[in-house]
Design a protein around this ligand. Structure first.
Ligand code: F6R
Length: 243
């Protein structure tokens, strides 16, 4: 795992976007894994700029998002990860909307007893896997919505969100009671099958998880991000706060 110290969010977001540029310009049919949340917003803004400057095109690109909420009230459609992706990237680039994938639709009726969504993994495999996957980091070390306790061999599945994640995400809702309790997320195994992974670490609340990751030599089930030590092409971008 490579750790790259960045001086600020601008540098981090440019370096992250350059990873996309490399794949988008070198591969004929790129397959990308996408994250939502606060961390990648500027990275996606850079991609829009690169697209406007004709440096990159998404014409032949397929995307698979990491996760989507389950049980989101319709009034919060703007908090769905589909909406986030449209507003922060897809509406501004030349991607074919049929090539955009989510593990479920944000407004899909879901039986919470059915947890297996590994058809999504099969769909990704059919496309020969993810060429590049961008991840953010949860305060509790989650990647995607693989919360502490997630298994290394986990596939795409319905997951209950932890109290920590519900609290962290309540900033986008009128009340914490409105935050969905479940999501469907790529599993750790799904994530580790990506050919190249970039993890962007943004925010002071990630310090503990980042330190655990820096010191990790093996997978620790209490810190899902440590699964990344088992992958051969991971770059972690973080912001140096000792400036
Ligand atoms: C989002 C996702 C999450 C976030 C993480 C960090 O698709 O899978 O793992 O990346 O919760 O969120 P932010 O970037 O909002 O701090």
């Amino acid at each position: 795992m490579k750790f790259i110290k960045c001086k600020d969010i601008n540098e981090l977001s440019l370096l992250a976007a350059n990873n996309f540029k490399e794949v988008l310009t070198q591969k004929a049919n790129p397959v990308l894994g996408m994250a939502t949340g606060s961390s990648p917003i500027q990275t996606y803004q850079n991609l829009i700029k690169m697209h406007n400057n004709k440096e990159i095109s998404f014409k032949n690109t397929k995307t698979f998002n990491l996760d989507e909420y389950v049980g989101l009230q319709p009034k919060y459609v703007f908090n769905s990860y589909k909406d986030f992706m449209d507003k922060n990237l897809f509406d501004f680039v030349d991607i074919n909307k049929n090539n955009i994938h989510f593990p479920i639709s944000w407004n899909q009726e879901v039986d919470i007893n059915k947890t297996d969504y590994s058809l999504y993994d099969e769909q990704i495999n059919k496309e020969s896997g993810l060429d590049l996957l961008i991840l953010g980091l949860g305060n509790n070390g989650h990647i995607g919505f693989n919360e502490p306790g997630s298994l290394l061999n986990s596939k795409t599945r319905l997951v209950p969100l932890t109290k920590n994640t519900i609290t962290a995400n309540s900033r986008f809702f009128d009340s914490i009671d409105d935050v969905p309790r479940y999501a469907v997320s790529m599993g750790i195994d799904t994530i580790l099958k990506a050919k190249k992974i970039i993890l962007i670490v943004v925010g002071d609340s990630k310090k503990e998880a980042l330190n655990v990751l820096k010191q990790a030599t093996a997978f620790d089930i209490n810190w899902p991000c440590t699964a990344l030590v088992n992958h051969k092409d991971v770059t972690v971008y973080f912001i140096d706060d000792n400036k």
